[in-house]
Design a protein. Sequence first.
Length: 427
Amino acid sequence: MSDSRRELSEPIASADQAASRGTGAAALPDKTLPRALRGMLALDDFEAPARRYIPRPIFGYVSGGAETNASLRGNRAAFDDLAFVPRALVNVRARTQKTALFGRTYDAPFGLAPMGGTAMAAYQGDLVLARAAAEANIPMILSGASLTPLERVREEGPSAWFQAYLPGETGPITALVERVARAGYDTLVLTVDVPVMANRENNVRSGYHTPLRPTLRLAWDGITRPRWLFGMFARTLLLHGMPHFENWGPRVPLLSRKGERQRGLRDQLSWSHVELMRRLWTGRLVLKGILDKNDAKIARESGADGIIVSNHGGRQLDGAVAPLRVLPGIVSQAGGMTVMMDSGIRRGTDVLKALALGAHFVFVGRPFLYAAAIAGEAGVRHAIKLLRDEIDRDMALLGITTLAEMRRERLMDARNFNGFGRGGRSP
Ligand SMILES: Cc1cc2nc3c(=O)[nH]c(=O)nc-3n(C[C@H](O)[C@H](O)[C@H](O)COP(=O)(O)O)c2cc1C
């Protein structure tokens, strides 16, 4: 772990604040929660009801990966390969998970990853996610492929960052950077793992296309999900009109017979454009989608303030390594630059494993969108609370009071146990 990581994670909450919290014991289902949320005890629980709520092609777009889903599976397997070595009899009463990041203190070491098209799965999806994140004092990253004007999201969710998809062209880069700055964002994330569209065969098979094509098949998919059809789609059309892709190139409606999103010369995007962005953008600049330690080094040299180690949740290059596996190598090359991570995080224990391997902060994608779809803002608030509570409980069980104590010595390689103790076995 770098020194900067340790500094960033120093305890901030007072012992009194921490003491006002409960014992961290798992509670019975909370009767004050909306009925739809009572059975939601972990982030994975949101998936099945979301599958029943969201039309098949849209659910497939959200849940799926690329080609064989190898990276999607690999992201989870990486966490399972690590085991904890907890310490006993530590007074953990004053534990805190507050985390300082880019000059701001967040209430948890995780945020909401950028997801395009959230407003076609969840009513007012971008706003719901942004509001719930701001209320919980954690960051939400608004996707460049979103259906809500970025200005509105930042207004309603002041902890929002903005994520851009950009072509390797000066004009669009300059225009977007200026727009994002005018809207008051302080952190701009450039996603760098999408030079071309991924090969998501599941989308083709299920009839998903962006923008959505008004076909009989899509109509049937909608009719067979009446709660979505009336509670989300018809409600959106009646109250707000047809949603448009608002934050990337010319506006395109969500539902269109012929319209295409203009992706521009994305395959020409290169480090010189990152340097251009660095000159234009005075806020924090983050690159998302780094998996190679050499790229981490170039990112730092190009002026990035941080990177998100990510394989896009297994949605881009199928077979791309799980971010957790390359995290330690990348941290070693980061030279103090902030290293964050996403892809496959579902549990407090996953968050803590990533932090132990040197991440400053992590992001979670799909489960928060499922939560927004089935129960709106209350759903996202509940999902955030579940993950926070898990982290709090896990910290106590591990015998730590600050996240800075989450170091590599707390882990061992669960696969290569050979009965000869831990020496040389940690990853
Ligand atoms: C429906 C969906 C849409 C996404 N859209 C974007 C996007 O617009 N920009 C981006 O950088 N990443 C996008 N991602 C990737 C996420 O930001 C994140 O890397 C990934 O979801 C993390 O993995 P997880 O879902 O396993 O937590 C998307 C992911 C999903 C599930």
